[in-house]
Write a protein that binds this ligand. Structure first.
Ligand code: GLA
Length: 402
């Protein structure tokens, strides 16, 4: 475990003592993520290739003798933080503390699975920026599941954890996301990116630990007002596309995952825009994921970088989920020394881009981050946030000496 993680664990435990006046029993963490490639493919049963980042959500807490949850969030509501309370016997949405709903949704799913939960006092904190497309919500959900597993001695298979967290987000929080974010937050391995088949949920840990390669996360500072409505529109367009392609090919197409490049080209003239463009993105993006993993396995970094750039173009022009801020950020990243490729990451409409660099040392990467931040600020007047990250571990208990 890194010193940084241990230090943050000490901090959150200190916050718990201050707020609840007692020792916490358990501390857990679950990371945010960037998706290296494979965007808007997860809900089309396709392939994604994310990695966990060195930023995470932490929860620490202890058992209560009753069925109440007392949840404290020190970062919110300016100086005073905010505290939410609920009963495990009657879990309903908390309209005032939206952050608490991620925790409550997961508790509800655990109960639905028949897990026996105890009440708890907990503190939640973290350094995954909220709403910037680095999956802070999945990290909260996975941290919650991990917390209850540790506190109540549950044993749940990691895939099941990812699935129950997705159900919490879909059904309780009410956001119609795919499986990628929860899956990587649960199953990430240090030094690896994770290729996931979102249909079978089979996955491959792909080494991503070349000391000479750096991933830079570039938060545009632009937040995504459109994201959930447009996300749902894209999902519907994809479903419609799958139906139409199935008809044109004369065989059932359960999801766009079932369409290969050649099959798509045979029938694309029969589709009207924007559905045609949306389908083209998904079909080609799935191919790019497979090619990216093969490129990495062959050590072909140039090819990997080219595929990242192509993915961005496809998201910008065909899927139309990029925006000026993301296009500017990826352009700036691509102008820097040592860059292999750059693309938007996550749902889009703001949030983060990534740049992958090779052959530049740590200080040079830091200098690149500062330089790109300055250029971006000059052009937009918005303060971005850029930081390098390694592929981090998935969720787990943070062991602390007591
Ligand atoms: C969001 C969703 C994911 C995925 C991406 C786009 O992050 O939560 O499930 O669909 O958008 O790739």
């Amino acid at each position: 475990m890194s010193d940084e993680l241990r230090q943050r664990a000490d901090e959150i435990r200190g916050l718990f003592r201050e707020w609840f006046g007692a020792e916490p029993e358990v501390t857990v963490q679950a990371p945010g993520r960037v998706n290296l490639i494979g965007e808007h493919t997860d809900y089309n049963d396709g392939f994604v290739f994310p990695m966990a980042i060195e930023r995470s959500i932490m929860i620490c807490g202890r058992r209560r003798n009753d069925a109440r949850l007392v949840m404290h969030q020190p970062a919110m509501a300016s100086m005073h933080g905010s505290t939410a309370e609920a009963s495990l016997e009657d879990i309903v949405k908390d309209p005032k503390h939206r952050w608490a709903n991620y925790i409550l949704g997961v508790a509800r799913e655990l109960l639905k699975l028949g897990c026996s939960l105890c009440g708890a006092e907990l503190v939640i904190a973290g350094n995954v920026p909220i709403g910037s497309g680095l999956s802070s919500s999945a990290a909260i959900e996975v941290a919650t599941a991990t917390f209850f597993e540790a506190l109540c001695g549950l044993e749940i298979a990691p895939k099941e954890v990812a699935l129950l967290c997705q159900r919490a987000e879909n059904q309780f929080v009410g956001v119609n996301c795919g499986i990628m974010d929860m899956f990587i937050s649960t199953l990430g391995h240090e030094g690896h990116a994770l290729m996931i088949d979102c249909r079978s949920l089979e996955y491959t840990q792909v080494p991503f630990d070349d000391p000479d390669v750096h991933v830079v996360v570039a938060d545009t500072g632009v937040r995504r007002g459109l994201v959930s409505s447009e996300y749902n529109v894209r999902r519907a367009e994809c479903e419609q596309g799958a139906r139409l392609i199935g008809k044109a090919l004369g065989k059932p197409v359960a999801a766009l995952r079932d369409v290969c490049g050649a099959g798509f080209r045979r029938v694309e003239a029969e589709l009207a825009d924007p559905v045609r463009k949306r389908c083209r993105h998904v079909v080609t993006e799935n191919e790019r994921v497979v090619q990216s993993v093969a490129a990495l396995e062959a050590g072909d970094w140039r090819c990997f970088g080219r595929l990242l750039n192509e993915s961005h173009v496809s998201l910008r022009d065909d899927y139309e989920v990029s925006c000026d801020a993301l296009n500017l950020m990826t352009d700036l990243l691509r102008q820097q020394d040592g860059v292999l490729g750059a693309r938007m990451t996550g749902a889009g409409f703001g949030g983060c881009a990534i740049g992958v660099f090779r052959g530049v040392d740590d200080p040079a990467v830091q200098a690149t981050c500062a330089h790109v931040a300055a250029r971006y600020r000059e052009r937009t007047g918005v303060e971005p946030s850029l930081f390098p990250t390694r592929a981090a571990a998935g969720a787990g208990v943070v062991r602390t000496e007591t």
